[in-house]
Design a protein around this ligand. Structure first.
Ligand code: HEC
Ligand code: HEC
Ligand code: HEC
Ligand code: HEC
Ligand code: HEC
Ligand code: HEC
Ligand code: HEC
Ligand code: HEC
Ligand code: HEC
Ligand code: HEC
Length: 434
């Protein structure tokens, strides 16, 4: 009995010491890498060294981590109409399904620091894990008999979370659409709502004047046209700031700034870690862009605010991968050029931003919907079926869009040519409906 007590107190002391040691790693500013058990997933690499982003309490276990995950991801999963929300698993009828994977917790499938388990999109379960809960479908549903369990989630048929464009009913509603819709146009965003303050001091000291070409760009900009003055961004002359920061733009452009802070362009800034650096990137970038960082000016320039320039040329000033570099040979880019030359209707062209920063409906704090340019360029990236409804279906039918996005060759060559892959889900849904 006595012996047991000693062992217990020894255990308690050593555990506290170990926890203390680890928490030092989590919260001390130096030598955090010493305590890092292994790298985090790609989407989190920008905050890897900011341990407290996830370990908000060093002594906290599952629930604490869970709260961290949901504090950043709950909204996005809700708008994705998550097919497997926690409520599905707290339902007692599904209790038996939790024996192997406790799907109430995010870390059941998204462990960190274990690169040897890591699959795309930060999934740490093996590819066939759907089998644990859905083996019956593979055995009972005629169309699914004999399919490999590895194909449920990565062949353009289903996702674990976001099935907005893949539900059986949705497939049936859009079953007979042509490859290209009769009206292939992007929607226009709602009016930007901003208030412009009056400026008391109108003079600009010589040393702050813009050079001739820059002044011309400024005069042509929507800002000058809307009656803005230099001081709206630079501050009054006595406190002139020569490099206005993101917060200045945020004052008038809340929606764009809020969404910017959610994706990999703006996430480090939002987390107080400074601007995202090209030199820290895992993606291929131009060598002469290594010194660059991402803020509003990276795409909009400091005085012209030309959104066409922002939508293609600016991106190609940093990004240098095969997919990006193939874009200018695509029909989509030809359409954009035709739009700039006023040969086709406004909204006919497709740019990098059309797909990666789609014009999407958001809900403001009063629950009203409005259409804005989504500045979170990670939002519809993965799984790429997320692009189908807000982007492709403005112009293409559902079947064509599913096939095109399941075709890796088309992604590489930036959508030059017809899809060579055929995803059978619409056919199966139609057969079952009959
Ligand atoms: C993006 C979120 C995130 C960040 C950032 C993060 N961690 Fe973790 N960490 C996790 C998750 C998730 C687990 C897994 C918990 C589990 O196994 O249930 C974990 C587990 C751990 C563990 C337990 C090790 C194990 O193998 O069980 C340690 C120690 C740890 N982290 C240290 C750190 C340190 C030190 C840093 C900063 C240098 C850090 N973490 C940054 C999410 C994160
Ligand atoms: C401070 C905010 C924040 C916290 C906390 C956080 N994430 Fe993330 N997460 C992000 C951002 C930003 C991205 C990258 C952009 C994206 O993919 O939406 C991301 C990406 C992801 C991805 C896609 C990964 C990839 O490599 O493509 C998964 C999965 C994920 N997070 C799960 C989790 C889980 C599980 C937790 C809790 C352990 C967590 N996140 C905690 C902000 C956060
Ligand atoms: C039973 C496994 C499982 C659980 C539990 C789980 N996920 Fe996922 N998650 C996946 C899979 C698989 C993917 C890959 C894309 C897909 O199939 O939807 C994914 C992808 C993601 C992504 C990136 C793609 C996207 O749709 O945005 C995020 C972010 C994410 N999960 C966050 C979370 C969070 C937060 C939780 C907890 C509330 C969670 N996941 C719980 C399996 C799981
Ligand atoms: C831990 C158990 C579990 C795992 C693992 C799991 N599911 Fe499910 N899934 C459920 C439950 C529970 C339901 C709801 C009841 C039902 O339809 O069987 C469901 C429903 C679904 C639905 C119907 C969604 C809807 O809203 O109508 C789809 C599609 C689906 N799962 C796909 C998948 C795919 C793909 C995977 C693997 C990537 C997967 N599931 C992994 C438990 C699981
Ligand atoms: C919409 C906000 C905005 C307005 C209005 C604005 N500027 Fe700027 N300006 C900026 C930003 C942002 C930078 C910093 C650019 C950088 O960091 O590369 C800048 C930089 C400058 C610079 C530094 C050199 C340069 O060209 O990059 C000068 C000089 C300048 N502005 C003068 C002016 C004058 C004069 C006006 C009025 C005619 C004006 N600005 C109006 C945002 C603005
Ligand atoms: C004092 C308010 C105010 C500030 C500060 C401000 N803007 Fe604007 N912005 C406006 C107004 C007004 C418009 C024009 C709206 C319209 O035409 O409907 C506009 C339009 C824009 C446009 C769209 C241009 C187009 O061609 O459609 C962009 C891009 C933009 N602003 C970026 C920025 C950036 C980046 C900053 C920070 C450097 C900034 N703005 C600071 C008020 C502001
Ligand atoms: C990665 C490039 C990029 C960055 C960074 C960026 N923007 Fe944009 N922004 C664009 C593009 C491209 C468009 C036009 C998209 C379109 O026409 O569909 C745009 C459009 C806008 C508009 C006009 C919206 C409308 O409804 O017409 C405003 C305002 C704006 N951006 C403000 C900002 C602010 C503020 C920041 C910094 C927080 C910022 N942008 C950062 C690329 C960028
Ligand atoms: C100043 C340089 C710069 C410019 C300009 C720029 N980007 Fe990026 N982009 C980055 C960096 C840095 C990352 C983060 C990569 C990482 O951390 O691995 C990134 C990431 C991305 C990602 C991947 C996001 C993810 O979740 O994995 C996409 C997609 C992307 N950018 C598209 C664009 C588009 C479209 C434009 C133009 C409208 C653009 N970028 C303009 C630097 C830039
Ligand atoms: C018609 C839509 C479309 C257009 C136009 C488009 N992309 Fe993409 N982009 C995609 C899809 C789809 C993916 C792949 C997402 C996935 O499955 O991982 C992707 C992936 C990316 C990635 C991530 C690459 C990686 O390895 O993670 C970057 C960066 C990117 N695109 C930048 C750009 C730039 C820059 C342009 C313009 C020069 C552009 N894209 C034009 C649809 C598009
Ligand atoms: C603004 C409308 C618009 C949007 C949005 C759009 N496209 Fe297109 N796309 C077109 C037009 C128009 C063509 C040219 C059709 C033709 O000439 O036959 C085209 C051509 C294509 C082609 C080449 C077809 C061929 O035979 O050469 C593919 C593949 C494609 N689009 C896929 C996509 C995907 C995937 C998305 C969503 C990520 C998308 N598109 C978004 C309008 C659009």
């Amino acid at each position: 009995m006595m012996k047991k007590k000693i062992i217990w107190s020894l255990w308690a002391v050593s555990t506290t010491a170990l926890l203390g040691y680890l928490s030092m790693g989590l919260f001390a500013n130096e030598k955090k890498d010493l305590f890092l058990p292994g790298p985090v997933m790609h989407g989190h690499h920008q905050v890897e060294m900011q341990c407290s982003t996830c370990h908000t309490d060093p002594f906290g276990g599952g629930e604490v981590l869970q709260d961290a995950c949901t504090s950043c991801h709950a909204k996005e999963l809700k708008t994705a109409l998550d097919s497997h929300p926690k409520t599905k698993f707290t339902d007692p009828r599904n209790a038996d399904r939790l024996e192997l994977i406790d799907a109430r917790f995010c870390v059941a499938c998204h462990l960190e620091h274990q690169p040897e388990l890591m699959h795309p999109m930060g999934v740490s379960e093996p590819e066939d894990f759907c089998v644990h809960c859905h083996q019956d479908i593979g055995e009972e549903r005629e169309s699914h008999v004999g399919l490999e369990m590895t194909t449920c989630g990565n062949s353009g048929c289903h996702n674990f979370h976001d099935n907005k464009a893949l539900y059986e009913e949705f497939l049936l509603d859009h079953k007979d659409e042509p490859d290209l819709l009769p009206t292939a146009l992007l929607p226009t965003t709602d009016q930007i709502e901003v208030k412009i303050k009056t400026i008391n001091d109108q003079s600009i000291p010589n040393q702050f004047e813009l050079s001739d070409p820059d002044h011309k760009k400024w005069l042509a900009s929507d800002h000058a046209q809307a009656g803005m003055q230099c001081q709206h961004c630079h501050g009054e002359v006595a406190n002139w700031s020569s490099q206005p920061e993101i917060e200045v733009c945020a004052d008038c452009h809340k929606d764009e700034t809020d969404t910017f802070g959610l994706g990999m362009h703006g996430f480090p800034w939002k987390q107080g870690l400074g601007l995202a650096k090209v030199s820290d990137s895992f993606l291929p970038m131009h060598s002469d862009a290594v010194h660059k960082e991402v803020d509003c000016q990276s795409c909009h320039g400091s005085h012209d605010y030309d959104i066409q320039q922002a939508a293609v040329e600016s991106c190609l000033g940093c990004h240098d991968d095969t997919h990006s570099n193939n874009f200018k040979a695509s029909k989509h880019f030809q359409l954009f050029e035709a739009e700039l030359n006023k040969e086709v209707q406004v909204g006919s062209g497709v740019t990098c931003a059309t797909c990666h920063m789609p014009r999407m409906k958001i809900e403001n704090e009063f629950g009203q919907e409005k259409l804005i340019v989504n500045h979170n360029q990670s939002d519809v990236l993965q799984p790429n079926e997320k692009m189908i409804r807000p982007v492709c279906m403005n112009c293409h039918g559902l079947g064509f869009s599913i096939n095109a996005l399941a075709d890796e060759k088309l992604i590489k060559n930036n959508f030059q040519g017809a899809p060579s892959v055929h995803v059978e889900s619409i056919d199966w849904a139609v057969a079952r409906d009959k």
